[in-house]
Design a protein around this ligand. Structure first.
Ligand code: SF4
Length: 143
């Protein structure tokens, strides 16, 4: 799935991607690892990837957490505000399938219950290296 997506993303957006993060009920450990991508060691921006504050400037919607019922509407509105073409990446096991909270009455069992998901990055939480590999798969097609 990542390889197919990479070709499409590269064709439509070139080698840079703007990322908008929505915390849809995470424990914040996934955010800590995402934050680490901006430090001098991982240095996300050297790959043409950057976080943006507005969904209107974003190509990729990163979602963490199992998507609580309370966050469903905010997630949908963020997605709707993004210009096409756009992609959704589920970050961490919670976003991918509900994770630890899959059986909770208060959750949607992950992003897939609310939006079309283009890429899932597994882990609880995923390491910065794994996150970087997943995001690079979007903008750098395999050799
Ligand atoms: S996947 Fe793990 S680290 Fe990420 S929000 Fe869920 S419980 Fe927290």
């Amino acid at each position: 799935m990542a390889a197919e997506l990479a070709v499409k993303a590269r064709r439509q957006l070139g080698r840079s991607l703007s990322l908008r993060l929505v915390d849809a009920g995470s424990c914040n450990a996934c955010e800590l690892e995402l934050n680490a991508l901006s430090n001098p060691y991982y240095d996300l921006e050297r790959f043409g990837l950057r976080f943006v504050a507005s969904p209107r400037h974003a190509d990729v919607l990163l979602v963490t957490g199992p998507v609580t019922k309370n966050m469903r509407e905010a997630l949908l509105r963020t997605y709707d505000a993004m210009p096409a073409p756009k992609w959704v990446v589920a970050v961490g096991d919670c976003a991918a399938c509900g994770g630890l909270y899959a059986d909770s009455y208060a959750c949607e069992r992950g992003v897939g219950g609310v939006l079309p998901v283009n890429l899932r990055i597994a882990g609880c939480p995923p390491s910065p290296t794994k996150l970087l590999e997943g995001l690079l798969a979007l903008c750098i097609p395999p050799a």
